[in-house]
Design a protein around this ligand. Structure first.
Ligand code: FAD
Length: 238
């Protein structure tokens, strides 16, 4: 299969997690197999009334060992072409994709500690790493910070809770930038909490995904603390 192969993928499940987060489960119709490596993305073809489709990138959120399809997590962008297309779906449609693309793989052999920082729909890439690698590397120290604005933006708590039961040393926190009253968890921005992870003593790899401002600020802190560039991996969605 070449990068030009257009995959016809059927929407077999639509899950609305929050007011602006939608997840799709897609199964390959033709070709019947879709192979990728954890960390890669696909291009969704958004049909236009005239001319070529628009292409939009989405990181795969499911286990790389599954070869008949994948899951994608979408964050709604106001007046966005792909956003409108995806939120108009009812299920059972056939969508077109090309891919997989990207080289932001899980670095192997892994370091003792893995820190994942994400915002919005950036959890997609990190879920893919965790689901794909948990059986091969169960004993790493995994830390994940998930930045959202408010309590109503929290999702995927169940899957993160399940992972924290399966993995002996996996901890996650939601960080809320603008919580409503009654939130006794962490408040602020993801980057404000990274120094808790003791990365100057423990060999650590950082993966960041989502908002470019979070990525930029976090990189500045890590560089100030002398973390090697080869230990910092990031994918900006905006
Ligand atoms: C490698 C890669 C992987 C990605 N993976 C994901 C993913 O897993 N899930 C996901 O939801 N998105 C992901 N994105 C972003 C995605 O490709 C689209 O850019 C996004 O869905 C908006 O597309 P749209 O067609 O709806 O909006 P567009 O029609 O492209 O944009 C509409 C308007 O919104 C602005 N805009 C565009 N994107 C954003 C944004 N993210 N935040 C705020 N304003 C914006 C534009 O400047 C424009 O004014 C990824 C991007 C890259 C580069």
């Amino acid at each position: 299969m070449s990068a030009r192969t257009v995959y016809q993928m059927k929407v077999v499940e639509i899950k609305d997690h929050t007011h602006n987060i939608r997840e799709l489960d897609l199964v390959a119709e033709t070709p019947t197999e879709f192979k990728f490596r954890a960390g890669q993305f696909v291009m969704l073809h958004v049909p236009q009334t005239e001319g070529k489709p628009l292409l939009r990138a989405y990181s795969i959120a499911s286990d790389e060992r599954r070869q008949n399809g994948f899951r994608l997590i979408f964050k709604y962008v106001e007046n966005g072409a792909a956003s409108k297309y995806v939120w108009d779906l009812k299920g059972q449609e056939t969508l077109q994709f090309t891919g997989p693309f990207g080289k932001l793989f899980f670095q192997e052999p892994p370091t003792e500690q893995i820190v994942m920082l994400n915002t919005g729909s950036g959890i997609s890439q990190h879920l893919c790493y965790l689901l794909s690698k948990k059986d091969q590397y169960p004993n790493l120290r995994y830390r994940l910070l998930f930045g959202v604005r408010n309590q109503k933006d929290i999702y995927h708590r169940e899957i993160l809770e399940q992972l924290s039961k399966e993995l002996p040393d996996f901890k996650y926190h939601f960080i809320l930038s603008r919580p409503d009253g009654g939130w006794d968890g962490k408040k602020g921005y993801v980057q404000n909490f990274i120094r808790e992870f003791g990365y100057t003593e423990t060999p650590t790899t950082f993966y960041m995904c989502g908002n470019s401002a979070m990525i930029k600020d976090t990189k500045a802190i890590l560089e100030e603390d002398g973390v090697e560039k080869t230990k910092i991996w990031a994918e900006a969605f905006d």
